[in-house]
Design a protein around this ligand. Structure first.
Ligand SMILES: Cc1ncc(C[n+]2csc(CCOP(=O)(O)OP(=O)(O)O)c2C)c(N)n1
Length: 285
């Protein structure tokens, strides 16, 4: 049964720039949870620092706001302690692929059951538009006046190459499509990466909503996301047009299951048994 989107409304004034793509992503995030019928108390959104990480401030939902780039690490802890909750991360591409690239890579490899939504606006937006891991090579910024000297990271190829269990791409210019993608990602059991091509009216005059409408296309219904070679070749030759939808799917055992040894009860209901802790420590004597 779906839940009224208004149930996720927060009274915190929104501090994003007018026209920011984050507004559309926020609406898609609320719509996805409302369509899934997930009450706000069943969801935890973990974030770090940046414009994207402000998202859960503008929703009535449990949240953990930690350090820049450490949102995925915090989310793993939350998921293992509260394994009955739905854990979602919202991060900028700077936090997710730059400062937090290590955590992201290893969380993908481990396959923790969570959804990571990366708002890729191509810049470090909060700190005034420096180049981020995905800024196109040669782009001139106020900090890179001679142009960005490095090639941009290819996060989709990285995720697929590491057998990420769910890899999807959406855009803030197509919020309804993004809401559907988020629903599929959250429903998926395993590590889901949703890469969102996001507009940033303050630092980027090129990648406007119209740009993404013109340069993105929906994957054909007969596209097979379980074909690894096809998925890799799709994202290794990015070109001018960006595919939207579920790019890659792989069923893998969950890290959560292997470390929790079948325990279904969340930690807050299990309580602490000092005898069990001592017994556990005895194994290392
Ligand atoms: C470890 C660490 N490095 C750098 C910073 C400074 N810092 C805070 S937010 C930010 C940029 C955020 O960019 P991004 O993660 O892409 O999110 P956006 O603001 O673009 O949504 C930076 C560089 C920090 N707080 N901590």
């Amino acid at each position: 049964m779906s839940i009224d989107v208004k149930d996720y409304a927060s009274t915190v004034p929104i501090a994003w720039c007018p026209g920011c793509g984050n507004f559309a992503i926020l609406n898609s995030a609320k719509k996805a949870l409302s369509d899934l019928g997930f009450p706000s108390e069943r969801v935890v959104i973990c974030t770090g620092i940046g414009q994207a990480p402000k998202l859960p401030h503008y929703m009535r939902v449990n949240t953990f706001n930690g350090l820049h780039g450490r949102e995925v690490a915090a989310a793993i802890g939350v998921k293992l302690a509260a394994n009955d909750l739905t854990v979602v991360v919202h991060a900028g591409e700077g936090g997710a692929y730059g400062e937090g690239g290590n955590h992201m890579t290893h969380a993908i490899r481990r396959n923790v059951d969570m959804t990571v939504v990366v708002h890729d606006n191509l810049y470090y937006a909060l700190t005034k538009g420096q180049a981020s891991p995905t800024t196109p090579e040669g782009t001139i910024t106020r900090i890179q006046p001679d142009g960005v000297p490095s090639k941009p990271l290819n996060p989709l190829a990285l995720a697929i190459s590491q057998s990420c269990s769910f890899v999807g791409q959406g855009t803030s210019a197509r919020p309804d499509l993004l809401a559907e993608l988020l629903k599929a990602a959250i429903r998926h059991r395993g590590f889901s990466l949703v890469h969102v091509l996001q507009t940033c009216p303050s630092w980027d005059k090129i990648h406007t909503p119209q740009f993404y409408l013109d340069h993105c296309y929906e994957l054909e219904p007969d596209y097979d996301p379980r074909n690894r070679e096809a998925a890799l070749s799709l994202v290794m030759t990015p070109g001018e047009r960006h595919p939207l939808g579920v790019l890659y799917l792989e069923d893998r055992p969950l890290y959560d299951d292997s470390v929790l040894h079948g325990i279904k009860e969340p930690m807050r209901r299990r309580g602490v048994n000092p005898g069990a802790v001592e017994k556990f420590l005895d194994r290392f004597k």
